[in-house]
Ligand binder design. Structure first.
Ligand SMILES: Nc1nc2c(ncn2[C@@H]2O[C@H](COP(=O)(O)OP(=O)(O)OP(=O)(O)O)[C@@H](O)[C@H]2O)c(=O)[nH]1
Ligand SMILES: [Mg+2]
Length: 236
C-alpha cells in the first residue's frame, strides 16, 4: 500500500473533539488518511474512533499503553512510513487547536520544501488572546531559548502542526527519538534542520481547546529545559 498523505493525531481523552475534527478534515480533503494513536483513553475515545472507522475506511487507529506523547508519535510515524508508505506526514492535535483549514495550506506548500511548519510566532500567526501571562511567557520564552541553544532560525520550534516529506525520516532516526511532550517536536525539527531540509513556516492562528483538559504538566516543562542540551549534543 502507498499513501500520499497521512495525518497522525495522538489522542488521550479527546472524546468531545473527535467527531467534529474528523468532519472538518474530510471537508478539506476527502482522500486524506487519518491515523489516530490512542492510548486506551478511559473516556472511550478509542471506541468512538472504531465506530467512525466503520463509516470511513480512511480512518486508521493504533492503540497502546499510555507512555506519553513522544512514544505515541513514534508508533504513529513508524506505522505511517513502514505500513502505509506515506509520502507526507502531517502532525496535528486532536483538540481543534489546529484548524483543519490549514491542511490545505500545508499540502499546497510542501511541494518545494521538506517541512512546512504551522507557526504561531511569525507575522500573521497568533496565540489565543486570553492566554494568561504565565502561559505566554512559557511558550514565548521556551521558543526563544530553544532557538538560542540549538542555534536554529525557526520561530515556532514546539509547534505540533506541520507536514514533513517522509523521505527525510529514516526509521532508524524515528526509533532513536527519546523525547516526550513538547520536546518531541523540538528533537524532530532539529534532526530535520541538521539533515539540511528545506523548512518553511506559514502563519496559523492557534486556538485554545474548548473541550477536554490539557495533558501537559509541570514535569513536561522541567523535562524540556533539562533536555535541550542533550538534544544539541546528540545531533552535533
Ligand atoms: N496518544 C497520546 N496522546 C496524547 C498524550 N498526551 C497528549 N496527547 C494528545 O496530544 C495532543 C496535544 O496534547 P494537549 O493536551 O492538547 O497539549 P497542549 O496543546 O499542550 O495543551 P492544551 O491544548 O492546553 O490542552 C492532543 O491531541 C492530546 O490528546 C499521550 O500520552 N498519548
Ligand atoms: Mg492542545
Amino acid at each position: 500500500m502507498y499513501t500520499e498523505t497521512v495525518i497522525i493525531i495522538p489522542t488521550y481523552n479527546e472524546l468531545g473533539n473527535i467527531e467534529k475534527l474528523v468532519k472538518l478534515i474530510f471537508k478539506v480533503d476527502t482522500d486524506i488518511r487519518i491515523l489516530f494513536v490512542d492510548d486506551k483513553s478511559p473516556d472511550g475515545t478509542g471506541n468512538l474512533i472504531k465506530k467512525l472507522q466503520k463509516k470511513n475506511p480512511n480512518i486508521y487507529l493504533l492503540e497502546g499503553e499510555k507512555k506519553g506523547l513522544g512514544v505515541a508519535y513514534k508508533r504513529g510515524f513508524s506505522y505511517a512510513i513502514e505500513k502505509m508508505r506515506a509520502t507526507y506526514i502531517i502532525q496535528m492535535d486532536a483538540d481543534l487547536s489546529h484548524n483543519p483549514k490549514y491542511i490545505k495550506t500545508l499540502t499546497d506548500n510542501i511541494k518545494n520544501f521538506d517541512v512546512i511548519i504551522g507557526s504561531r510566532y511569525i507575522k500573521g500567526g497568533s496565540i489565543p488572546k486570553d492566554w494568561g501571562f504565565h502561559r505566554r511567557m512559557i511558550s514565548n520564552f521556551g521558543n526563544i531559548l530553544t532557538r538560542l541553544i540549538l542555534n536554529i532560525p525557526m520561530r515556532d520550534c514546539t509547534s505540533g502542526f506541520k507536514i514533513i516529506k517522509t523521505k527525510n525520516l529514516p526509521l532508524k532516526f524515528i526509533k532513536s527519538i527519546d523525547s516526550n511532550g513538547y520536546l518531541f517536536q523540538v528533537e524532530l525539527l532539529y534532526f530535520l534542520y541538521k539533515s539540511n531540509c528545506k523548512i518553511k513556516e506559514i502563519p496559523i492562528d492557534f486556538r485554545d481547546r474548548t473541550k477536554g483538559t490539557s495533558k501537559m504538566r509541570i514535569n513536561d516543562i522541567l523535562e524540556y529545559f533539562t533536555n535541550l542540551f542533550k538534544i544539541r549534543k546528540k545531533y552535533q
